[in-house]
Design a protein. Structure first.
Length: 180
């Protein structure tokens, strides 16, 4: 069970990376794209009207979702709380359903694919699957919890490293630049 919860946390971290890369693109790249520029592929998805809830990019909402999943996963691993398990099932089910809707929009409405969006969709699917598997196996309380200091320190360091990696990746991605 501890390995499954560890996989849950790491999967949420990967979703976090995809979401913050997309959020950074929304805040730093989209505003500098020249008006009337022809966008294709991932940029067509990222700039579509479906990519926002009002003025808020879906990616930013996804980033918050993944931070919550990372924190709840760490709390779950260090406490084995059944309350957290009960909270996670409907939350991950909602994340899965929302992701499937976004995949549908990419495939059949926008007719373009955003790789980072697909990573996020895969992450939400895996999170929901892990939650179902833990429930099926009788719940996380069957195994001992890990020391909170170790769990939180590890989660903090890995999340910080992955955040730095995500921001660095923006420097090598083939993103539109002004005047190009």
């Amino acid at each position: 069970m501890n390995r499954l919860i560890g996989a849950f946390i790491f999967t949420a971290m990967l979703g976090w990376v995809a979401s913050i890369i997309l959020t950074a693109i929304h805040f730093w790249v989209i505003p500098i794209i020249p008006s009337g520029a022809e966008l294709r592929g991932p940029m067509l998805v990222i700039t579509s009207s479906w990519a926002y809830v009002g003025p808020v990019p879906l990616a930013a909402i996804g980033a918050v979702y993944y931070v919550v999943m990372i924190a709840l996963g760490a709390l779950w691993l260090s406490t084995k709380s059944e309350t957290i398990e009960r909270i996670l099932l409907p939350v991950t089910a909602f994340g899965f359903a929302a992701s499937m809707g976004f995949v549908y929009l990419q495939l059949f409405v926008i007719e373009a694919i955003c790789p980072f969006c697909m990573v996020s969709a895969a992450a939400t699917t895996i999170l929901f699957g892990i939650e179902l598997l833990v429930k099926y196996r009788g719940g996380a309380a069957l195994t001992p919890s890990l020391q909170a200091q170790t769990v939180w320190a590890t989660v903090f360091v890995v999340t910080a490293f992955l955040t730095i990696f995500a921001m660095w990746s923006l420097t090598i991605l083939p993103l539109p630049v002004p005047g190009a």
